[in-house]
Design a protein around this ligand. Structure first.
Ligand code: PMP
Length: 287
């Protein structure tokens, strides 16, 4: 990803893509003092931009640092980066991290840096694959207890178990991993929230130790608009055989049907299809 044309927003100015480099003693690299966002622009406009910028600032505060830019400045910088790269449909990746000004676990003297990269990115999973639904393997790693890790922050360190779980799933021929939480209840995939249909109602795990995703909340709102009932509750993995539909929701994944979790098969159905289409209409301003 580093050797290409384009511009990356870097602490308030644009740098050529290839020159957006860090020192090896960057605190964020050694101690995971970094937070990020994942956003999508549709037709040049970043969907739910304000919510993403607010979450980025809040993620940093949870880790004990203040990003030296306001929510309005971050909003503007993200939109400018999309435009500067001549993109309309794009993935947007803001990231903030403690720099290399001090080395060690304690690093109060480090500066907080921020960069924004954007690139063209279609469906997370290929279109054809998306219609069939994705295959998820059960992960061995579990989402940590909220007193064990800053689970409400979109912090880079939390993605370590995500990458390990996704690699293990792909080694088994699956597309992604379904993660349980520390109690053994259903949590989320490695980069998206999960929904299930039980007796015609939409059920989703209560986000007590993983992100209450912006897409998750958007999808819940779309379901309410259709008078569909949405229940947030603890979902046990033993209940999954009773679910008639299952799907993922996330900025990158959008609404993606699930075909299989472990040994359990699901058939993407009417509710998933309706929400997939409603989400697509909403992000493209056709709602
Ligand atoms: N969980 C994880 C682990 C994620 O990385 C994401 C993507 N940010 C989500 C859930 C979904 O969040 P959102 O809908 O805000 O993109």
């Amino acid at each position: 990803y580093d050797d290409r044309d384009g511009f990356i927003w870097w602490n308030g100015e644009f740098r050529p893509w290839r020159d957006a480099k860090l020192h090896v003693l960057t605190h964020g690299l050694h101690y995971a003092s970094a937070v990020f966002e994942g956003e999508r622009a549709y037709g040049g406009q970043i969907f739910k931009l304000r919510e993403h910028s607010e979450r980025l600032i809040n993620s940093g505060r949870i880790l004990g640092f203040e990003i030296p830019w306001s929510v309005e400045q971050i909003d503007a910088a993200c939109q400018e980066t999309v435009a500067k790269n001549g993109l309309t449909n794009a993935y947007v990746r803001p990231i903030a991290w403690r720099g290399a000004e001090e080395m060690g676990v304690a690093a109060q003297a480090t500066k907080v840096h921020m960069a924004i990269a954007v690139w063209e990115w279609g469906a997370y999973f290929g279109v054809e694959q998306r219609m069939k639904g994705v295959n998820l393997a059960m992960a061995k790693w579990r989402r940590p207890h909220p007193e064990t890790a800053p689970t409400a922050s979109k912090a880079t360190g939390l993605y370590m178990i995500g990458t390990m779980s996704k690699h293990a799933a792909m080694d088994e021929g699956a597309d992604d991993a379904m993660m349980l939480d520390w109690k053994g209840d259903v949590a989320e995939a490695t980069g998206a929230n999960a929904f299930f249909v039980f007796d015609g109602e939409i059920h989703t795990p209560t986000p007590t130790c993983f992100l209450d995703g912006i897409t998750r909340r958007t999808v819940m709102g779309l379901a309410h608009k259709r008078q569909m009932k949405v229940v947030e509750r603890v979902i046990k993995p033993e209940e999954l055989p009773r679910a008639t539909e299952a799907f993922l929701a996330g900025t990158a994944a959008e609404v993606t049907p699930i075909r299989r979790i472990g040994t359990q098969d699901f058939t993407p159905g009417r509710i998933t299809e309706t929400l997939m289409k409603d989400y697509e209409a909403t992000v493209n301003n056709r709602a």
